[in-house]
Design a protein around this ligand. Sequence first.
Ligand code: GLY
Ligand code: MN
Ligand code: MN
Length: 434
Amino acid sequence: MRYRPIQSEVFILNRARLAKLLAPNSLAILNANDILPTNADGTLPLRQNSDLFYLSGIDQEETILLLYPDAHEETMREILFLRETNDLLAIWEGHKLTKEEARKRSGIKRVEWLSEFRPLFHRLMCEGDHVYLNSNEHKRAVIEVETRDARFVEQTQRRYPLHEYRRLAHLMHQLRAVKSELEIDLLRQACAITKAGFLRVCRFVEPGVTETEVEAEYAHEFIRSGGSFAYWPIIASGRNACVLHYIQNDQTCRKRELLLLDVASQYANYNADLTRTIPVGGRFNRRQRQVYQAVLRVLRGASEAATPGKLPKQWQKDAEALMEKELLELGLLKPSEIRKQDPDKPALKRYFMHGIGHPLGLDVHDVALTTEPIQAGWVLTVEPGIYLPEEGFAVRLENNIVVQEGGNLDLMADIPIEPDDIEAAMKGRHRGRP
Ligand code: GLY
Ligand code: MN
Ligand code: MN
């Protein structure tokens, strides 16, 4: 494990919050993610199922969590099932969690080997009334492969066709959107590693470096700090920045260009999501600064506009109104265009075509009930941008905020964002390439 142990209170609290939402006499069962195959005998590293991690803190493959808060016997209320290790596994794959280690991490008293799952599960299925099973209900998810949870749903419904099944995902979205203080601490650590990476890159970037070399600087800083890329980094110089999901990162950065850096680290599975746009030569020119300041004003306005009780859709509209004003002032839009625009396809979309932000947490595009009002405790990204392919550049800025009553908290307030502060962070850069 590359992160320091997390207090089990995080997961104890999360389970207690879920228990309150379950119908009386219900079971809930969650499975680890599969280790995904690549080619030949290759695999990807395990990316734990976020819901299982949220409720247990266990980062190991094949784990199953069974919750039955109203179980008659107290020892049946929370059971964690683990892959049992053996000498051969220890030689090839190294250490696997002991029962005691899993107890300590999760705060779950009863830990069993997986071989115990079938009989115990059967017994509890004979006692419970409702069964909550998990599935990926992120509205943008495109799922071509069957997950462990999906296989479990199929097998369980086949074996126990007369039970009443319910969707756990709906409850998980509600819960996970509102972060506890302990979770916010983990997000702060992801932000701190992200900041260190960004400052390192500010000292590194100069005309002639490649986007690939910039990516390597981030990787060095993130990995040595116990983090890793939270998502594929976008390191886009000049016009590349107008491609929203540019991940090629293979071009050379030129003197008069801007470099868009949408790069962040995760820590303990909690993700930061940062975007900064910096001048390759160390100084913004007048036009770049003008557009940059416009985007920065929208970021500040939209950060304040994400208030508890507002629908995410309305927050998007508020941000678009701020952006429209800036685009008019920049002369990129004309009042006549606005007057005759189709309200479903506003003219500003030509320059700002994506969402103002999204929930952030154990997933980068985190789960939340986004048709419901924003609540205190939500962590959101705020990420306005202006994309000008005809002028060969784009500016996007992105910070992460905690929504609060009486004013939001910016988790990235200490990462340079004012143009003067970016230029200052780039002073004293290495001369000559390493
Ligand atoms: N880096 C992914 C995003 O900004 O949504
Ligand atoms: Mn981002
Ligand atoms: Mn984002």
